[in-house]
Design a binder for this molecule. Structure first.
Ligand SMILES: [Zn+2]
Length: 300
């Protein structure tokens, strides 16, 4: 999707257009952007996505916090008598780092609806942080592996574990994202698998973060045999609210807005036109219609 303004077109997480807005560094939002010479983005996003492009500022546009991962931003565009906001992925509840999305007033809103299903209402983040801390402490004689996405969620889990005095073992990829977080002022204690430091730590009880696909009981059993210590596995993902993973524990830690957050965002934005670029927003619009009888218009 692209939006015209000031005689140019801005691509929204897309290589279309004269300049591209990159909301954040998750790969589903950076497809085809390696070739781009000019982008609108935060410096953090450019680093995390390994983009060489020049960051430019366009008149009548403004970046707003998105609260999703390091550097994530929304874009507001003022022009032709209306304000357009594109959210990218957003999270409204403050995460472990205290980041949360701004809620801008706008006429036209282009918003994610990853959890646009009314059954997705997450508990407060603090409750989930405590669940993870409790599980880690209750199983302090066992090795633990926690599956999570390597950019964004992994760094949140590292910080939660640091709060328990634990420096987890992480993959090389997660470690390199952690280094970029640190470059931008977010301290994260972790050890990269294969280093002397991690090898030494893994001769005792350890906690490791693994890619989602590795967080399975069969992999934990293999580790139990290899390290001669019982190993439990868990996942940290918003999908854990309803989806059953093949793990010993699961924590519904999300870096996306849930159904109530999305509904609140749409209402507070005052938008008269709403478009969804991810997920199904029909339940959200139905819910707003029920609330006050004057729902925004859905454009597809
Ligand atoms: Zn994302």
């Amino acid at each position: 999707m692209r939006i015209p303004t000031n005689g140019i077109h801005i691509g929204l997480d897309s290589p279309d257009g004269d300049v591209s807005f990159v909301s954040h560094a998750h790969s589903d939002h950076t497809n085809g952007l390696k070739r781009k010479e000019k982008i609108i983005a935060s410096a953090e996003t450019r680093d995390l996505a390994s983009l060489d492009a020049q960051i430019v500022q366009i008149k009548n546009t403004k970046l707003l916090d998105a609260g999703h991962i390091l550097g994530s931003r929304q874009l507001a565009i003022d022009g032709d008598g209306e304000r357009i906001v594109y959210t990218g992925d957003i999270s409204l509840k403050p995460n472990i780092f205290g980041w949360k999305a701004d809620i801008p007033y706008c006429d036209r809103l282009i918003i994610e609806a990853t959890y646009g299903d009314p059954s997705y209402v997450f508990p407060p983040h603090e409750d989930i942080h405590r669940q993870i801390e409790r599980w880690v402490k209750e199983n302090d004689k066992k090795n633990l592996i926690i599956g999570c996405y390597e950019l964004g969620k992994a760094q949140e889990v590292v910080r939660i574990l640091n709060g328990c005095g634990i420096s987890p073992v992480v993959t090389e990829k997660t470690g390199s994202f952690c280094s970029i977080y640190e470059k931008h002022g977010v301290k994260l204690d972790r050890m990269v698998v294969g280093t002397d430091e991690a090898e030494e730590a893994m001769s005792r009880r350890f906690v490791a973060l693994v890619p989602m696909g590795k967080a399975k009981r069969y992999f934990a059993r293999r580790l139990s045999e290899a390290f001669e210590r019982e190993t439990l596995c868990a996942v940290a993902s918003g999908w854990a609210l309803h989806y059953r993973f093949n793990t010993d524990a699961s924590f519904p830690l999300s870096d996306h807005a849930d159904f109530n957050d999305l509904r609140y965002f749409i209402e507070e934005s005052g938008a008269k036109k709403v478009e969804f670029f991810c997920g199904d927003g029909s339940a959200l619009l139905d819910s707003l219609r029920i609330l006050d009888g004057k729902a925004p218009k859905l454009i597809l």
